[in-house]
Design a protein. Structure first.
Length: 491
């Protein structure tokens, strides 16, 4: 989606729809005041009756030819003191989805009506653009009937010349970031028969650019990765170990990002129940999020070197599949007793994390749809956060608050260790029901060496069962905005 920055007067806007925000019991002034004048006091009238700027309530005003645009959509922003960047995205999302259904597909947004104290105007405009591009996303690639329901034009109006440049920068960043999220949604929504490990490898190769290189390791190149290859044995699709390297000319740190890409998780021999098994095509959400982060980072020209590691395979139950009771030798040398083949994510991540630690990076972050237990613990309001470094976790929490991709920390106390002790191998891959998200993370911690490391469990946040203000049903593309915000703030 392209974004146009308007360089004209409010009165000159010709689009189908103009979206303006107003706080609860806010004053009708500035652009909204002008609308009220054009419409002979119709806005004030409505304010006397049915609309007071309640959060997410919409007042639609046809302009009856008195203005050059067709309709004004006034979106309630709720209480001013509760307003946040994420509430901007939500309000814009509500306004745009309403507009697209009822009013028109060429939208202008009056950015200065979304005021937020102590916040750069650039960040406000970024949130506005993100809200618009993210909320109007649709995954229609497999529908035969072509519908004309795309957002046609998105224009950004900024009143003041004073901070125009800052706003423009915010709009550009918002566009890069939101388009990267939608790219990730496309991949995560793609079905398992199409989005195979090979297809993801090809997608990663397409990201190659001036500062981005890509290397694909095949089975024969990674014999030592016995845990990853163990999982891959049940499938006839060859596994791929994807390595992306974003290397800006000057950089402060090297960060390794690891993402789980199980292109379909049947559970393997420990097969999952069939109800909702179709959802397990999104078990690649962490891996494809890393593709999106690298893509966005290179476009945003971030000042960190990023290594993206994405182990990609299916988890099926073919004749050569690994089995409960098997013992796999991981790249770290540690042997792993398989209790349940459905705990496959931690196996492929174990080898990827060992590989990550070999770079001796400043820090490692992995992101994965790892456990159903995390969904039980946190629902879909936050991703699980685990790690061995307080500063790193605190920075991720901060980035989560700003982006609305919240993370909630769970402990990694030694008390959990005994749950994953094996009688016959170094470690086992399942630690029982209790604290399942934690024992999975504890398992991972055994493979990171001394590197500062954080693990983000997105099992509950990578998929929307219901539409959200700026996310339709299906893949959310979570992780891209969180990690980009984190990396931009990293010193
Ligand atoms: N991919 C699943 C986790 C998952 C569950 C993601 C629900 C998204 C939604 C993972 O591979 C898995 O199957 N985990 C098992 C682990 C168990 C066998 C210890 C689980 O959570 O049930
Ligand atoms: Mn599984
Ligand atoms: Zn899985």
């Amino acid at each position: 989606m392209d974004v146009e920055i308007l360089d004209k007067k409010f009165e000159e806007i010709v689009d189908d729809v103009v979206i303006i925000g107003i706080f609860k019991n806010g004053k009708i002034k500035e652009e909204l005041g002008k609308v009220d004048e054009f419409l002979d006091g119709a806005v004030k009238d409505a304010f006397m009756k049915e609309f007071k700027g309640e959060r997410h309530k919409i007042l639609e005003m046809p302009t009856y030819g008195r203005m050059k645009c067709n309709k004004i959509i006034i979106i309630g922003l709720g209480q001013k003191k509760k307003f946040t960047l994420d509430r901007i995205r939500q309000a814009i999302g509500k306004g745009c989805t309403y507009a697209m259904k009822k009013s028109g597909k060429k939208i202008t947004i009056i950015t200065n009506s979304f005021q937020l104290e102590k916040t750069n105007f650039g960040d406000i405009v970024q949130a506005v653009v993100e809200g618009a591009i993210l909320s109007t996303y649709k995954f229609r690639r497999f529908k035969s009937k072509k519908e004309d329901n795309e957002l046609k034009k998105l224009s950004i109006f900024m009143r003041s010349r004073k901070n125009f440049l800052e706003g423009e920068k915010g709009a550009i960043n918002g566009k890069i970031i939101a388009n990267s999220v939608n790219y990730v949604r496309n991949l995560a929504n793609s079905p398992g028969n199409e989005a195979t490990p090979e297809m993801l490898a090809k997608e990663a190769q397409k990201l190659t650019a001036k500062n981005v290189s890509c290397q694909i390791l095949e089975e024969k190149d990674i014999n030592e990765m016995g845990a990853f290859l163990g999982v891959a044995k049940g499938s006839s699709q060859p596994p791929k170990f994807i390595i992306l390297d974003y290397k800006p000319q000057k950089f402060q740190n090297t960060v390794v990002l690891v993402g789980k890409a199980i292109t379909f998780d049947s559970g393997g021999i420990s097969i999952k129940p069939s109800s909702k098994m179709d959802r397990m095509k999104y078990d690649k959400a962490g891996g494809v999020a890393i593709l999106g982060v690298i893509h966005a980072a290179s476009k945003l020209k971030l000042h960190q070197r990023l290594i993206g590691l994405v182990p990609a395979t299916e988890n099926l139950s073919g004749g050569s599949a690994f089995k409960p009771g098997d013992i796999l030798k991981s790249a770290s040398g540690k042997t792993i007793e398989i209790i349940n083949t459905d705990a496959e994510g931690r196996l492929i991540l174990a080898d990827a994390l060992t590989h990550a630690a070999n770079y001796k990076p400043k820090l490692i972050i992995d992101i994965a749809t790892l456990t159903g237990a995390c969904v039980i613990a946190l629902g879909n309001a936050a991703s699980g956060l685990f790690g061995n470094n307080k500063k790193l976790n605190d920075s991720l929490k901060k980035a989560g608050e700003i982006t609305g991709e919240r993370v909630w920390e769970l402990p990694l106390w030694e008390d959990y260790e005994e749950q994953i002790e094996s009688d016959i191998a170094d470690i086992k891959n399942v630690g029982g029901h209790e604290g399942g998200a934690i024992t999975a993370a504890y398992f991972l911690s055994k493979f990171v060496g001394k590197s500062p490391w954080a693990h983000i469990d997105i099992a509950g946040t990578a998929w929307n069962e219901k539409q959200k203000p700026y996310g339709p049903k299906g893949a959310t593309g979570t992780g891209v905005r969180l990690l980009i915000e984190f990396l931009r703030r990293l010193k």
